[in-house]
Design a protein around this ligand. Structure first.
Ligand SMILES: Nc1ncnc2c1ncn2[C@@H]1O[C@H](COP(=O)(O)OP(=O)(O)OP(=O)(O)O)[C@@H](O)[C@H]1O
Ligand SMILES: [Zn+2]
Length: 687
């Protein structure tokens, strides 16, 4: 229960209620935690609240973002949250802003007007940005996050650990060969299915997977339509569309290699182009060709690699086309929230149906679709394809609900955790508001599930705030090191991939000695603009950046300045895409990739414990820390409180509409990185 004004007086001293009422609070994010927080702030007596959220309300938010009702779906979260609060706290002045907190309008001056800022965000970029803005504006920030049963709220201000002081969760990666050849967990199959979706319908013609799966050279040419066959062509563009299950005419358009028929090489290499432009192609031919290719031809090729199967059984062939005919499905009736596991036949039926449906109904989008867990076609495809893959490799099949959790990087949000985090934030906010912005009494509080079997049932675990990390390049004098091939990496790539993407800078300027390589000043003359543009396209070597050069980086938007040490490594990471061809070092708060982990063997483990990185995507989930707590047994909570709940990156997000939001890694809250975890354990062990 939140304090009354009398309570405030008793707890926080004379005039506490007035001080609280006068404080001006910025709340960033009106989602799960944000709704709780706004309600708590208003009922605790905060009367001046600004809330920023860029998003609109999705139907899937309604189960826990209790300020919103069905009629608000599609409307601004910030505005509706403000409306709802005003109804029960009419004295409160809530200023809603539907905007991205990273917009330039929210500059240091904007942040300075607040007594304190509360983050209720869901992504790393925005969190880092607000952290930097608050440090620059010298305004205390209460940072928060929740993921499943774990949550956290901590206070950031000058002189205490900042959000950037801590390395965030490493990205666990899966070896491509595991995904391609030897999947042994559901997540491997799901990652593969997501690739396949993007490969078939997405823009990335150059993706490795495209080459590897080799659909470009599909052995199954488009077959001319048979007489009497329905016009299931890709001409949905022209308004044709077919009922879902009219295609089962018993005639496989896929030539049967067992009968000795061989396939012509396609002249037109991209199957999607054929789909769009060839009047001969039909949706069901395409579906059957894909099914044949990935569940027969590729599996046959895999089986032939005998070395792979010395230790485990080879994958099995499965005739998806025939299986799909056993019990055809109507896609509208497929429940993606179902927790029953689809068997192989049902998966086959969904697989064929969804492929046809995409061709029939969304042909104009083909070439621009990418996997999105909120896109039903994409989810149906992935749920079915992943299960068929799992079926082939003897991996446990999944329910669509579980698959969505894994595919969409989801740790399902728990309303109670959000409520606890929202409550903790306001307790810290009260301390700050009643002590003139001082933070000496503030703590970091972790919310976590009591370890199973433990007698210790503490759910909330407060800790002292920690000193800044002297190696932090944001709040201390940390100097990151970057190794890169200077003859290959351009200034533009350096700015985009290292400074913006990895270090979350906004508009970094780059200087070497007294030379300006890139400047963003708003009224630059044309010559300068031209020169900087041309610098961008030059390699760093051409700009006289050498092994050992120290670059000075300034980001005026974030009031940030740091030195970056450069070293040259020839042909560094040539096997990676260009955006990953550098190594960032120097204890900067950036995740370092971590290899595949075999910690979790069972299917159930996966959706709770996996962290997957594939290409630019990351899937982060929780549970690793809980497991270590379990291993340590009773009393481990204190030891692990710090490690366990750093749910402060990006969280898996079951229901985020795919909007143009800067949540690249999107829907996840990273936990603390393992070396920080180890450090914390060592520290605790020493004491
Ligand atoms: N850069 C940003 N500027 C403003 N608001 C942001 C920004 N990034 C994220 N947000 C908002 O932060 C909120 C985070 O809330 P939450 O984690 O509950 O996400 P959600 O999308 O509402 O729900 P869920 O992820 O559980 O489906 C969201 O409402 C989101 O729109
Ligand atoms: Zn810091």
């Amino acid at each position: 229960m939140l304090p009354t004004s009398d309570d405030l007086q008793v707890i926080y001293g004379p005039n506490a209620a007035e001080r609280v009422a006068k404080s001006s609070v910025l709340v960033v994010g009106a989602g799960g935690v944000g709704c709780e927080l706004l309600k708590n702030l208003a009922t605790a007596g905060f009367l001046r609240i600004t809330v920023i959220d860029l998003d609109t309300i999705d139907v899937s938010n309604l189960n826990r973002q209790f300020l919103f009702r069905r009629q608000h779906v599609g409307k601004s979260k910030a505005i509706e949250a403000a409306n709802a609060i005003s109804k029960f706290a009419p004295d409160a002045q809530i200023r809603p802003m539907m905007a991205n907190v990273r917009d330039n309008t929210f500059d240091v001056t904007f942040f300075r007007q607040f007594t304190l800022v509360c983050n209720a965000l869901d992504n790393l970029e925005a969190r880092r940005h607000v952290n930097r803005m608050c440090l620059a504006a010298d305004v205390p920030l209460i940072e928060s996050g929740s993921t499943g049963y774990n949550g956290q709220a901590s206070v950031i201000a000058k002189g205490v650990e900042c959000y950037d002081c801590v390395q965030r969760l490493p990205q666990k990666t899966y070896a491509v060969c595991t995904i391609r050849s030897t999947p042994d967990k559901p997540v491997h199959c799901i990652v593969w299915a997501k690739y396949l979706f993007d490969l078939l319908f997405g823009p990335d013609d150059d993706a490795n997977v495209l080459k590897d799966l080799d659909l470009n050279r599909s052995p199954t040419p488009a077959q001319p339509k048979q007489n009497g066959e329905a016009q299931h062509t890709a001409s949905a563009e022209n308004g044709h569309s077919e009922p879902l299950d009219k295609h089962q005419n018993g005639q496989s358009p896929v030539p049967d290699s067992a009968n000795g028929k061989h396939f012509e090489e396609q002249k037109q290499t991209d199957p999607r182009k054929r789909l769009r432009y060839s009047s001969d192609d039909t949706a069901h031919i395409f579906a059957e060709r894909v099914a044949h290719r990935v569940f027969v031809a590729d599996i046959e090729a895999q089986r032939a690699m005998e070395d792979l199967w010395r230790q485990r059984s080879p994958p099995i062939l499965f005739d998806v086309t025939s299986a799909a005919k056993k019990e055809p499905v109507s896609l509208e009736k497929v429940d993606l929230l179902s927790q029953s596991v689809w068997d192989a036949d049902h998966s086959a039926a969904v697989f064929m149906a969804v492929l046809r449906d995409i061709i029939n109904h969304r042909v104009s989008e083909i070439g621009s679709l990418t996997f999105d867990k909120d896109d039903n076609h994409a989810m149906l495809f992935v749920a079915a394809a992943a299960n068929l893959r799992a079926n082939a490799y003897g991996v446990p099949l999944q329910s669509p609900f579980a698959t969505k959790g894994i595919a969409g990087n989801i740790v399902h949000a728990i309303a109670t955790t959000n409520a606890m985090v929202g409550g903790i934030i306001v307790l810290e906010a009260l301390k700050i508001a009643t002590s003139d912005g001082k933070i000496d009494k503030c703590v970091t509080t972790f919310v976590s599930q009591a370890p199973r079997g433990s007698r210790v049932k503490t759910i909330l675990c407060p800790e002292m705030l920690t000193k800044p990390n002297p190696k932090c390049f944001v709040c201390s004098n940390g100097q990151p090191h970057v190794s890169v091939d200077l003859d290959q990496f351009t200034l533009k790539q350096f700015r985009e991939y290292v400074l913006k993407k990895k270090l979350s800078m906004k508009e970094p300027e780059v200087y070497v000695a007294n030379n300006i390589l890139y400047e963003t000043y708003h009224d630059l003359d044309e010559d300068d603009v031209e020169m900087y543009q041309s610098n961008c396209n030059k390699t760093l070597a051409k700009l006289n950046v050498e092994n050992g050069t120290q670059l000075t980086i300034s980001d005026f938007k974030q009031n940030l300045k740091c030195t970056i040490h450069i070293s040259h490594t020839e042909n560094l990471l040539l096997d990676k895409p260009i955006q990953e061809r550098f190594v960032l070092d120097g204890n900067v708060p950036v995740p370092t990739p971590q290899a595949d982990s075999n910690d979790h063997d069972s299917a159930e483990d996966v959706d709770a414990d996996e962290v997957v990185e594939v290409g630019e995507e990351r899937q982060i989930a929780d549970g690793v820390a809980d497991k270590s707590a379990e291993r340590l047994g009773p009393g481990a909570r204190e030891i692990n409180s710090r490690e366990r709940a750093q749910p402060d990156g990006e969280v898996a997000n079951a229901h985020v509409p795919s909007k143009d939001r800067e949540r690249d890694a999107g829907t996840k809250r990273p936990l603390e990185e393992s070396n920080a975890r180890e450090e914390s354990q060592k520290k605790k062990a020493r004491s």
